[in-house]
Write a protein that binds this ligand. Structure first.
Ligand code: 2HG
Ligand code: ZN
Length: 477
């Protein structure tokens, strides 16, 4: 719930910025790249969670050297720094508290050349995911991390959150697709990790440590991304699935199909109805089924008829659309990609982005639904997400008749059961959105005290003064 997250201890309180500090910052970057008016700074307050922030100072360095100088300056003045990319995060990892400097990486937007023999591209942190896709496409290649926010999400943020998205079932998460990182430590020192090597077994993997660190260990300024062949013959199915059990059957049947599965995404009927009503998409899909699956495949053979016939004969799906042309596929994808936006139009929402072993997802979701039935109805439950990865999204949306207090109280009741349930299923409290500030109080359900101690030691060894994105992931005593 927004209020609860915002009142969390984001950091020890900081003094207001001194005029000397601001003057030195302006000297480094030039007046036009230091924002001091609250009106100009407010866009940097938070991410898509809208957890309230209060940015009063924004630095917009234009190079790694300038990032280094800014961090060194902040260290000297003991000013806390919050790295800021496209701010499409869903855990409040970019939320800026009063007295913290927002460090925008957006001017670091150099897109390098594609290395066609090594199949990589080197880009700066502020480049959007979509720009990487467009560049790679010129060479029939892609960076296979794909998510609805790709037009705004930047590489720095993607790496810092180890973003997932809709094709993890085929390609894995961001961390599999990075071979070098340049980053700046809070002291101002620039580090280059791994330098594009495919194989490098020389001790601890610091590159992987920075991926998913949510900007708490170092500021990512540049990365070399691994590319792969772009699929050109993919096909998309949109199935009507009569139950969660049948979703499992359909997935098992799909694994045995004559294709590679690129995506296996599900949504409940309520999600479909919202997308139809609020975004006017998918209006020709009948709302006759409790669940729907969007499956993207890359066939090994031209004809998928036999496989499809068996799908319906065996009752794994009751109806379906088959998108073969790029336009049809885009239309089907737009239903899945519109869910978050259509939910945002309804009202306050609490999002859980959890993971359970794939084999347990149906059972887990059934338990969640039972729990939902038992909880006083102050919210509606929307289920969707990455079924094939065991990574469902639970969105709890306030009912319009409920007061904010009653909504929050019912969320607390629901959570008290949800997290033990997750533990019972050996799940994770955050499958892909990270921890930020929004999920700090849930981490203990996924990590042991020993792990949390190691987290704190790692954090201190990178950032002894605790100035880099303080209060995100963990609170240091
Ligand atoms: C998605 O899978 C994103 O569409 C957003 O991770 C999920 O809004 C959400 O809960
Ligand atoms: Zn997701």
């Amino acid at each position: 719930v927004e209020e609860r997250a915002s009142s969390d201890n984001l950091s020890v309180s900081q003094p207001p910025f001194s005029s000397d500090f601001i003057a030195e910052l302006v000297k480094l970057l030039g007046q036009s790249h230091v924002l001091t008016e609250r009106f100009d700074c407010q866009a940097y307050d938070s991410d898509w969670t809208k957890i309230p922030g209060d940015a009063h100072l924004v630095a917009r360095p234009g190079s790694t050297a300038e990032v280094s100088q800014v961090l060194a300056l902040c260290s000297r003045y003991q000013v806390a720094v919050v790295p800021s990319g496209g701010r499409t995060g869903l855990a409040g990892g970019a939320t800026v508290k009063k007295g913290q400097l927002a460090l925008s990486l957006n001017r670091l937007n150099r897109l390098g050349e594609v290395d066609r023999i090594g199949r990589t591209i080197t880009v700066q942190a502020g480049v959007t995911v979509e720009s990487v896709h467009q560049k790679a496409k010129e060479f029939s290649l892609t960076w296979p991390i794909d998510l609805a926010s790709k037009g705004t999400a930047t590489i720095g943020g993607n790496l810092s959150t180890n973003a997932g998205g809709v094709r993890v079932i085929r390609y894995g998460m961001t961390r599999k697709w990075v071979t070098a990182i340049e980053a700046v430590l809070m002291s101002g020192e620039i580090i280059r990790l791994n330098d594009g090597l495919e194989k490098n077994n020389t001790g601890y993997d610091l590159l992987q440590l920075l991926i998913g660190a949510e900007g708490t260990l170092a500021v990512v300024t540049e990365a070399t991304l691994k590319l792969t062949k772009r699929s050109t013959n993919s096909q998309v199915f949109f199935f009507h699935v009569p139950s969660l059990e049948k979703l499992n059957d359909l997935l098992t049947h799909a694994w045995a199909g004559p294709f590679q599965i690129n995506a296996f995404e599900f949504l409940s009927q309520d999600c479909l109805k919202l997308v139809q009503r609020n975004l006017k998409r998918g209006n020709n899909v009948e709302t006759d089924s409790p669940f729907y699956v969007l499956m993207e495949v890359e066939p090994f053979q031209d004809d998928l008829t036999t496989w499809m016939e068996a799908t319906f004969e065996k009752g794994y799906a009751t109806n379906g659309a088959h998108g073969q042309s790029p336009e049809q596929q885009k239309e089907l994808w737009s239903i899945r990609e519109g869910i978050t936006e259509s939910i945002a139009q309804v009202g306050p929402v609490v999002k859980y982005d959890v993971a359970v072993p794939v084999k347990s997802i149906a059972e887990f979701l059934n338990s969640v639904r039972t729990q939902y039935q038992k909880t006083p109805r102050q919210f509606d439950l929307y289920l969707f997400g990455h079924y094939g990865d065991g990574s469902p999204h639970l969105n709890l949306v306030k009912q319009s008749s409920a007061s904010q207090e009653a909504f929050e109280a019912s969320i607390s009741t629901f959570e008290k059961e949800l997290f033990p349930l997750l533990k019972q299923f050996k799940g994770s409290a955050s499958s892909e959105h990270g921890v930020g500030v929004a999920k700090k109080h849930w981490v203990k359900f996924s990590r042991t005290p020993t792990e949390m101690n190691l987290f704190a030691m790692i954090k201190r060894s990178f950032d002894p003064k605790g100035l880099l994105n303080p209060g995100k992931i963990i609170d240091l005593a």
